[in-house]
Design a protein around this ligand. Structure first.
Ligand code: DCS
Length: 522
C-alpha cells in the first residue's frame, strides 16, 4: 500500500515536471518578451541560487500554454492572416468578466458610491442609482472609521463588513457565525497561503489534496515546503470523493512518516465540477474529527450549481447539523467574490471563516494577517454584498434577480452544451459539470499520439492542448496541470465564453479532434 501512495505521488510530481519541461522545450514556446534579460552568471541572484521551493511550484492555469497563446495573440495583431483562426479564446481560466460577463448592477452601484461618497450628496444621484444601493452605501460608509475607504482597516477586515458577512453566513446555513472568526482576504488565495503557512512546519507535514486539484494547493504546499498527500477522485462515479480512498492514502502517508495535518476538499469541484452529497460531506466531517485533521473547505463555487438534483451545503452547516461544535472540528471555509454569478476576479475580495481554532493559535493567525496589514477595501465591501444581496422589496431586487438568474441559467446551458459536445467525440468521455465553471473531459489518446508527444518531449495532454491552440486559437489547460491517475489524459475547458461563441468553440473542438484522431490513429 505504502509503495502505491509514494509511486502515485511521485508520478504526479514527475508528470507535472515533465509537462513543464515539455512545454517549455516545445519549439514554438514563446520568449517572455519585454522582461527577459540574460545577465552575467556573477549576478547575486540566479535560478541556481533562488529559493528552490519557487522552482518546485507550478501553476498550470497561467502556465506555458497561456504564454504561447499570448504570443499568438501578438502575432494575430501584427499579421492577422498568418494563423488559421482570427481570435484567441481563453478557456483556460475562470475569469468571467474577461469573456464578456457583465457585473451585477447593484454591486457596482454600491461600490461606486462608497468609493466616491460625494455622489451621495448630489440630487442627480437619486435619478441614477437605486434607493437601496444608496442606503447600502451609507450603511457601509457609516461602518468604516472616518468613512475612509482609502485607509487601512483592521487586519481581519472592517468589523461592520464582517458583521454583514457573518449575518449572510448565518442566513445561508441556519447556524450562527461569529464575525471574529472571519478573515477578509484579497480573493480566496491569500487565505489558502496563510493556512498553509500556519500548518506546514517541514517536509514531513502533509496535506491531503484531491487529485485532480486546483493547482493553488499544490503550489502553496510546495512554496511552504510541505508534502502533498494525494487522494484520487473517482472519475467512474462522477468524480466521487470516496472516503475509503482517503483513509487508505492517509494510512499510507502516516506509515511513510508523514504527519498529515489537514485535508483540502473543493466543493463544487475544480477542475472536476462535482457537487458533493450531504451524506458524503457528513462522512468527511466525521473522518476529520476521528483523525484529528483540519478541514480546509474550498467553497468558492457555492453559487455555481447547475445540476437539478444537487444543492450546495457548507461544511460548517453539515458539521453543526450532525451536532459537531467547535470543540469537535477545526474547519476553514473559503469564499471569494471571483466566482458565482458575480465573477469579480479583479476586485480581489474573499474571506475565510475559521472555526474550532484554539485562541492562542488564532492569535498567531491574526498576527499573520497583520503582516499583510489588511485586504483591499473594495474587495471587502464586495464580499459583504455577495453575502447580502438585495432582498424582496428593495428597489434593485427585480433587476438583481434578472441579472443573477440570467447568468446562472446561461452558465448551466453552456455547461451542458460543452459536455454534450465533448461526449460526442471519438475517445472522449466527460462527466457532467454539476457545478463550478469547467468541463474536464478524459481523452483516450491513440498510442501514435502518445509516441508523437514523447518524440516532442511533451506530456500527451499538453501535446494535445498545444495542437488544439495552434489549430483553433482555443486555450485549455492540460489535465497534467491538475494531476490525474497516471496513464489517463484530460484537459480543462471553462464554460465561460459567451453563448454566441459556443457554436464556434464546439465546431472548432470537434473538427480539430477529428483531424487529430485521423492523424494519429493506431
Ligand atoms: N479556489 C478555487 C477552487 C479556485 O478555482 C480559485 C480560482 C481560487 C480558490 C482562488 O481564486 P481567488 O483568489 O480569485 O478567490 N480559480 C482559478 C481557476 O482555476 N481558474 O481561474 C482562477
Amino acid at each position: 500500500m505504502r509503495r502505491i501512495v509514494i509511486d502515485r505521488a511521485r508520478r504526479f510530481v514527475s508528470q507535472a515536471k515533465l509537462m513543464a519541461n515539455s512545454v517549455s522545450n516545445h519549439s514554438s514556446a514563446p520568449p517572455r518578451n519585454g522582461w527577459r534579460r540574460d545577465l552575467s552568471s556573477s549576478s547575486p541572484l540566479t535560478v541556481a541560487t533562488i529559493n528552490p521551493k519557487v522552482l518546485e511550484c507550478e501553476y498550470a492555469v497561467r502556465g506555458e500554454i497561456v504564454i504561447h497563446a499570448q504570443h499568438l495573440q501578438q502575432e494575430l495583431q501584427t499579421k492577422s492572416s498568418s494563423l488559421p483562426f482570427s481570435e484567441i479564446i481563453y478557456c483556460n481560466i475562470g475569469n468571467p468578466h474577461s469573456l464578456g460577463q457583465q457585473p451585477i448592477t447593484f454591486f457596482r452601484e454600491v461600490l461606486a458610491l462608497s468609493d466616491h461618497p460625494t455622489l451621495l450628496d448630489k440630487d442627480e444621484t437619486h435619478g441614477i442609482f437605486s434607493s437601496d444601493s444608496i442606503s447600502r452605501a451609507w450603511q457601509i460608509l457609516d461602518g468604516i472609521p472616518g468613512r475612509a475607504t482609502g485607509a487601512y482597516s483592521h487586519s481581519q477586515g472592517v468589523k461592520s463588513l464582517r458583521d454583514e458577512i457573518a449575518r449572510g453566513i448565518a442566513k445561508r446555513d441556519g447556524f450562527p457565525s461569529n464575525p471574529d472568526d472571519l478573515f477578509l482576504t484579497d480573493g480566496a488565495s491569500p487565505g489558502v497561503h496563510m493556512m498553509m503557512q500556519l500548518l506546514i512546519r517541514s517536509e514531513k507535514d502533509g496535506i491531503l489534496c484531491p487529485i485532480p486539484q486546483y493547482p493553488l494547493y499544490s503550489a502553496s504546499i510546495a512554496l511552504h515546503g510541505g508534502k502533498l498527500v494525494p487522494y484520487y477522485l473517482n472519475e467512474a462515479t462522477g468524480w466521487g470523493l470516496e472516503i475509503s480512498e482517503v483513509k487508505e492514502q492517509l494510512k499510507a502517508a502516516r506509515l511513510n512518516g508523514i504527519d498529515v495535518r489537514a485535508i483540502v476538499v473543493i466543493n463544487p469541484g475544480n477542475p472536476t465540477g462535482q457537487v458533493l452529497s450531504e451524506e458524503n460531506q457528513q462522512e468527511i466531517v466525521r473522518f476529520c474529527k476521528s483523525e484529528g485533521l483540519v478541514l480546509l473547505a474550498d467553497e468558492v463555487y457555492q453559487d455555481n450549481v447547475y445540476a437539478d438534483n444537487k444543492e450546495f451545503h457548507s461544511f460548517k452547516k453539515i458539521a453543526r447539523s450532525i451536532g459537531y461544535s467547535e470543540e469537535d472540528i477545526c474547519l476553514v471555509s473559503y469564499h471569494s467574490v471571483s466566482k458565482g454569478y458575480y465573477g469579480e476576479c479583479g476586485k480581489r475580495g474573499g474571506y475565510m471563516e475559521v472555526t474550532g481554532l484554539d485562541s492562542d493559535v488564532k492569535d498567531q493567525l491574526y498576527k499573520l494577517a497583520t503582516v499583510n496589514l489588511c485586504s483591499n477595501i473594495s474587495g471587502q465591501i464586495l464580499a459583504s454584498l455577495i453575502m447580502n444581496p438585495p432582498q424582496n422589496g428593495d428597489e434593485s431586487f427585480e433587476m438583481f434577480c434578472t441579472e443573477r438568474d440570467g447568468i446562472l441559467s446561461s452558465l448551466a446551458r453552456r455547461a451542458k452544451t460543452l459536455v454534450d459536445a465533448l461526449n460526442k467525440l471519438e475517445g472522449v468521455t466527460c462527466n457532467e459539470s454539476e457545478g463550478a465553471m469547467y468541463a474536464f473531459p478524459r481523452i483516450h489518446l491513440p498510442q501514435q499520439a502518445i509516441k508523437a508527444a514523447e518524440a516532442a518531449k511533451m506530456v500527451p495532454d499538453a501535446f494535445y492542448a498545444t495542437k488544439l491552440l495552434d489549430a483553433t486559437g482555443i486555450v485549455v489547460v492540460p489535465g497534467s496541470g491538475f494531476g490525474q491517475v497516471p496513464g489517463t489524459w484530460h484537459f480543462r475547458c471553462t464554460i465561460l465564453p459567451q453563448e454566441d461563441k459556443m457554436p464556434a468553440i464546439v465546431s472548432g473542438l470537434t473538427e480539430f479532434h477529428k483531424r487529430f484522431m485521423e492523424e494519429f490513429h493506431d
